[in-house]
Design a binder for this molecule. Structure first.
Ligand SMILES: [Zn+2]
Length: 88
């Protein structure tokens, strides 16, 4: 079992969290024509970088979204940042 730090609730069991997306992944401008390949790439492709990564996670217990920084090789948690602007 691994512990993840929710910026609002503190360290919790990883089973309380849901991976949402890579942080910084840009959604294509859907007001413009976009190819099926580009849309599929956006929906289904991930960089899967080795080392330090930033990901958006949700803590299912409190429902808050946050950035989790972790090392994808060692699984070490580097930190977490709340996405809600009024978070402490
Ligand atoms: Zn929480």
């Amino acid at each position: 079992m691994q512990l993840f730090p929710c910026p609002f609730c503190g360290w919790r069991d990883e089973r309380e969290f849901l991976f949402i997306a890579e942080a910084g992944k840009e959604r294509p401008d859907t007001t413009q024509k976009i190819s099926d390949e580009d849309w599929a790439r956006y929906l289904h492709s991930i960089r899967n970088d080795k080392g330090a990564v930033r990901e958006v996670w949700m803590h299912l217990t409190c429902g808050e979204l946050f950035i989790l920084e972790r090392d994808s090789v060692t699984m070490e948690v580097i930190g977490s940042i709340a996405l809600r602007k009024d978070a402490a």
